[in-house]
Design a protein around this ligand. Structure first.
Ligand SMILES: [Zn+2]
Length: 232
């Protein structure tokens, strides 16, 4: 089995891997992810606050309805002709009026509290909206910077990819397939040499039985790190 070609391929690919890692570790990329999360959270919070606000509005409306009913009753009491009423009836009417007035005062207090709550929800909503807007603006800045990073290394990436395509033509297809599988899982380097009876990737000692297999077949998959071990 010709290991040399795939090792050569890996050597070129390692440059590509470095560039990918550089992009992955980019501060701009991380900032973009953070700001996206903030924007998402702000949006979710806004939706929640909107729901809360409409609930409060409904409660206030209900209170007003009850208050209107009370006011109507008071008006009815006041409209009664006292001339035709007994003293007991007048007393009862006055007591009812007193009770309704008290209820109105309680409703008024409740409405005031709800209005205060509505105000705080609104101010929270506005704050959230500002956060969302700021996150969006900052995201744009970092995204532009990140895109610039990408475009700066892009020619180098394309050049390496082209070189790899050429090299791939002469690499054993099965080895390349094994290579690409691990590369996809971000295991790198994929092919490592045997070092002092140890895996050149994770440094785990290779058991004697596997060593003879390696001797016979030329390669061996490390049981610990899944890398492909070869003999120099
Ligand atoms: Zn290993």
């Amino acid at each position: 089995m010709d290991i040399k070609k795939i090792v050569e391929y890996q050597k070129v690919d390692s440059k590509l891997f470095q560039l990918e890692r550089q992009l992955n570790q980019s501060v701009n990329k991380q900032k973009c992810a953070q700001l996206s999360a903030i924007a998402r959270d702000s949006q979710a919070k806004s939706a929640k606050l909107e729901e809360q606000a409409s609930q409060i509005a409904k409660e206030i409306q209900d209170l007003f309805k009850i208050a209107d009913q009370n006011k109507l009753k008071i008006k009815e009491i006041l409209a009664q002709d006292v001339e035709k009423m007994s003293v007991e009836q007048i007393d009862a009417a006055l007591a009812l009026r007193e009770k309704l007035m008290q209820n109105l005062a309680i409703l008024d207090k409740k409405a005031t509290k709800l209005a205060e709550l509505a105000n705080s929800v609104l101010s929270e909503f506005n704050k959230t909206k500002v956060n969302y807007k700021n996150a969006g603006e900052k995201y744009k800045e970092y995204k532009e910077a990140y895109d610039k990073e990408v475009s700066e290394i892009s020619p180098k990436v394309q050049e390496l990819q082209k070189e790899l395509r050429e090299l791939a033509k002469v690499v054993d297809a099965k080895l390349l397939e094994e290579y690409k599988k691990r590369r996809h899982d971000r295991i790198f380097p994929v092919f490592v040499s045997l070092n002092n009876k140890c895996c050149g990737g994770c440094h785990m000692e290779v058991p004697a039985s596997s060593l003879s297999k390696l001797e016979k077949e030329g390669i061996l998959v490390c049981e610990n790190c899944r890398r492909v071990i070869y003999k120099d």
